[in-house]
Design a protein around this ligand. Structure first.
Ligand SMILES: Cc1ncc(COP(=O)(O)O)c(C=O)c1O
Length: 448
């Protein structure tokens, strides 16, 4: 197999330890993606699939965008890399200014990271650094939420709440983390949009604050819509209650918008969609349309100012950063993405397409193997009924859908659906039709 033509199964699959994958099963029956254009992918079997999850929520603008390729190529030709410590690169400042035009209220200061996990890890450290700068070093506890997903570094896993991600590593997690209950209530079955009930679950924050002393809590972190666990939409009033409790006790509110950021909910950020402003916000995924890894942490001016003011001129104010923080190639991709957002009025397009997608998604609720469906904007989750052990139904359905020509990610028994914003109604129809075929084939296979 030549490097230009990676279309067949490599000679050896043994050396690559694949992430979040059933390695043994995959290697016995590999699935390779060889090409991508627009809303379509090609497999090494030569079959075409429609991308129903924008990669991993990364490519809302579609695959193979020429504008991004050209911007990246030009950047690589001009300045391929500049180390980012104690010196800069103009593009990263330009990008921060452009992002700040979209972030809510005074979240105007951007710290660049490598991905979503490092954005969350950075947000945690900035929260601690802020409190310390204000003379409140005793604020070190964090509050996360069950079923939350915040990435894979130790801090992220500690505040996250998806049990399989935690189990093996429980002994090395960050101390002082408490979790609120999730909002996945039985009465929310097949509820589209925000559930009417469940806002009182936000009272868990007050309860934790009472138990541990609110003066010891640095921050509460949630995904405004929990994405990886299958689109858990916040009950009406829930996020505002968290905001109120944080304000009452001087706790920072962090919204992890790695998935919900950049138009997924219908507004640019979920914060604006739900009318609740956090103190710190993370983003990643769609920032570069998935072509180059990049994460960003947006902070309130006051947080930045407090950390700056705590150090004398000439010293490093925050001992944190990455070799790949805001590197030219990532910045070039992100700036090209910003141009496309504007030129194609992408957020408005996503907002307008969302009702059509939601209608299609919920049309699948008659399928026997489907246990529940949730959705908001351009994201949705389909829970499959349990099949002998957790995760089996999700994985088997994923494989049946892969065969049926629709590509997405399954987490446990939940199918994660998040179409690209450049989809037309006919593409949504194709996604829903192929999901129906794949799920139906899975049902049949179970009966045989
Ligand atoms: C809400 C959220 N936070 C953080 C992450 C981690 O991002 P990454 O995989 O880029 O490290 C993810 C990834 O899915 C996510 O959904």
């Amino acid at each position: 197999m030549s490097s230009e033509n990676r279309t067949s199964v490599p000679n050896s699959l043994n050396e690559h330890w694949m992430p979040f994958t059933s390695n043994k099963d995959f290697k016995a029956n590999p699935r390779l993606i060889t090409e991508a254009k627009g809303v379509y992918l090609k497999t090494h079997h030569g079959k075409t699939q429609i991308d129903a999850s924008s990669g991993l929520f990364c490519n809302p603008l579609g695959h193979g965008r020429k504008e991004i390729t050209e911007a990246v190529t030009k950047q690589l030709d001009t300045l391929d890399y500049a180390q980012p410590f104690q010196q800069g690169f103009g593009g990263s400042f330009e990008l921060a200014t452009r992002i700040s035009k979209h972030t809510p209220a005074d979240l105007n200061k951007m710290f660049y990271t490598i991905c979503g996990s490092t954005a969350v890890e950075t947000a945690i450290k900035i929260a601690v650094a802020y409190h310390r700068a204000k003379g409140n070093a005793h604020r070190f506890r964090f509050v996360g939420r069950e079923r939350g997903y915040h990435g894979m570094n130790i801090g992220c896993v500690s505040v996250g709440g998806m049990i399989n991600n935690v189990k093996t590593f429980a002994s090395i997690l960050m101390p002082g983390v408490q979790h609120m209950r999730h909002t996945h209530l039985p009465e929310h079955k097949f509820v589209s949009g925000q559930p009417e009930t469940g806002a009182d679950l936000a009272d868990d924050l007050e309860r934790i604050a009472t138990n541990f002393g609110p003066e010891n809590i640095a921050a509460c972190i949630v995904e405004p819509i929990a994405g990886s666990t299958g689109t858990l939409v916040p009950p009406k009033g829930y996020l505002q209650k968290l905001r109120d409790t944080c304000d009452k006790h001087g706790i920072l509110l962090i919204f992890d918008e790695v998935i919900t950021g950049w138009g997924r909910t219908g507004s640019v950020f979920a914060s604006q969609e739900f009318g609740v402003t956090p103190d710190i916000m993370t983003m990643a995924k769609a920032t570069t349309n998935g072509v180059v890894p990049m994460g960003v942490v947006a902070c309130k001016d006051e947080i930045y100012d407090a950390v700056m003011d705590a150090s004398p001129m000439g010293s490093v104010e925050l001992f944190h950063g990455y070799t790949y923080s805001g590197i030219p190639v990532a910045v070039a991709a992100a700036l090209a993405v910003q141009d496309i957002f504007e030129k194609e009025d992408i957020f408005e397009r996503a907002k307008n397409l969302a009702p059509y997608f939601q209608k299609g998604l919920f049309s699948l609720q008659d399928l026997e193997a489907v246990d529940n469906i949730r959705g908001y904007g351009m994201m949705g989750g389909i829970d499959m009924k349990l099949n002998t052990k957790p995760g089996k139904a999700g994985y088997e359905t994923f494989k049946a859908c892969y065969e049926a020509g629709v590509n997405f990610k399954a987490t446990g028994d939940c199918l994660i659906i998040a179409p690209q914003f450049i989809c037309e109604e006919k593409h949504i129809d194709e996604i829903i039709d192929k999901l129906r075929t794949g799920i139906t084939n899975y049902q049949k296979n179970q009966k045989n």
